[in-house]
Design a protein around this ligand. Structure first.
Ligand SMILES: Cc1ncc(COP(=O)(O)O)c(C=O)c1O
Length: 385
């Protein structure tokens, strides 16, 4: 039996192993100098004025919305096709998520799908750069708070700007399926020093530093915060991971280009879109299974065929996953907001018919050829066949 090809694989090298030892040796393992160094390194890499590390992108989204004053009575527009954390962040703040459908060719929202979701109570929007494809939400109504969910967005750029740097906040993930990893971990970019200070306070119980550094002064707590801090050994790992980020991105982009070159002729598989005027981050390579036109009348057949494809690849010892989930189909959202699949039809189709193929920097040509060959030998059931 061939060795198993995983969906994703983080890259850890000698400098990473050495880095995480340093905080352990000094004994300072909670948020400290290595987290501060990671923040400075990350801010410089993406070209942002402020970056605050936290324990995950989920807690980062929470911090961003809370710092921007989003709360009960506010509606937050989020894509219907995204990881559930995007919508959960709004719920944590007592706000109401409102789902915008996606475009099937990009898996992202568009100005048209955002406009269809908009209403008078909308105060915030979380555009998601899904799988690393930059999204341009277009002009939003004046006063809208924008938090970019750039969890998958490292190395994704649009019109010369790194994603995450246009909104009031931009949030990144360092989960192991992301471009660089600290195990769990997140980073919040803020557009102003005031917002950055508020995020830093909220991530650490709401503490605001006092005017002196006397040992009896513990600081004030003017608002209720959380413990969303990153540990210092994660910060140390973040610094060495960022040192290789460009190299890892180049390798992922080369693998994506290779899939494109060898699979583009398959009429039953829609390959991921390339950005116009930008760079894809290539967090994942997600295609749409579509031997017939995707619609709410064909979705069940597409779903069965996509699952057969996943099974076929599993038989070749190749790991795959659906792209992500349609959040409005998840039980809590479906039941709380009385949503049905057809309310957000493209998110539903993407949930049922998308497939992520293995993509990671150390995927060898021989391993990738195995994936390509296995996909090509799949015989999609045709209607009436
Ligand atoms: C679009 C999106 N947002 C948020 C998250 C949450 O990231 P984390 O696992 O760091 O909390 C993810 C993780 O997969 C994601 O894909």
């Amino acid at each position: 039996m061939n060795t198993r090809i995983p969906l994703a694989k983080p890259v850890f090298e000698a400098d990473d192993f050495a880095a995480i030892q340093q905080p352990l040796e000094t004994g300072w393992v909670v948020q400290g100098p290595h987290v501060a160094a990671f923040e400075t390194t990350f801010a410089a890499y993406v070209g942002a004025p402020h970056a605050a590390a936290c324990s995950s992108a989920t807690t980062g989204l929470h911090l961003a919305l809370a710092a921007l004053g989003i709360g009960p009575g506010d509606q937050v527009v989020v894509p219907a096709f995204t990881w559930v954390a995007t919508a959960n962040a709004a719920v944590y703040c007592g706000a109401t998520p409102v789902f915008a459908d996606i475009e099937l060719d990009t898996f992202n929202v568009s100005p048209a799908t955002l406009a269809a979701a908009w209403g008078p109570a909308v105060r915030a929007c979380i555009p998601v750069h899904l799988f690393g494809l930059p999204v341009d939400p277009g002009p939003l109504p004046a006063g809208t708070v924008v938090v970019e969910d750039a969890a998958c967005g490292l190395d994704a750029r649009l019109d010369g700007l790194h994603v995450g740097t246009r909104g009031d906040c931009g949030v990144f993930s360092f989960h192991p399926r992301k471009a660089v990893t600290t195990g769990e971990g997140g980073m919040v970019l803020a557009a102003t020093p005031e917002l950055d200070a508020r995020i830093r306070s909220l991530r650490s119980h709401g503490l605001m530093p006092g005017p002196t550094r006397n040992p009896w002064e513990m600081g004030e707590v003017p608002h209720v915060g959380f413990n969303h801090r990153m540990t210092d050994f994660q910060g140390a790992l973040g610094v060495t991971q960022m040192a290789k980020a460009q190299r890892l991105h180049t390798a992922r982009a080369a693998r994506a280009a290779r899939y494109r070159a060898h699979l583009a002729d398959l009429d039953w598989l829609r390959l991921p879109a390339e950005p116009t005027g930008g760079t894809h981050g290539w967090q994942a390579f997600v295609a749409l299974y579509q031997p017939e036109t995707p619609s709410i009348t064909t979705v069940d057949r597409l779903h069965a065929g996509r699952n057969a494809l996943m099974l076929h690849l599993a038989e070749h010892n190749i790991e795959t996953r659906p792209g992500t989930h349609a959040v409005h189909l998840l039980a809590w959202y479906r039941d709380t907001f009385h949503l049905r699949p057809e309310h957000l039809p493209n998110a539903w189709i993407a949930d049922r018919a998308s497939i992520a193929l293995p993509l990671y920097p150390t995927l060898t040509d021989a391993e990738q050829d195995r994936v390509i060959d296995a996909v090509r030998t799949f015989d999609p059931p045709r209607r009436g066949a």
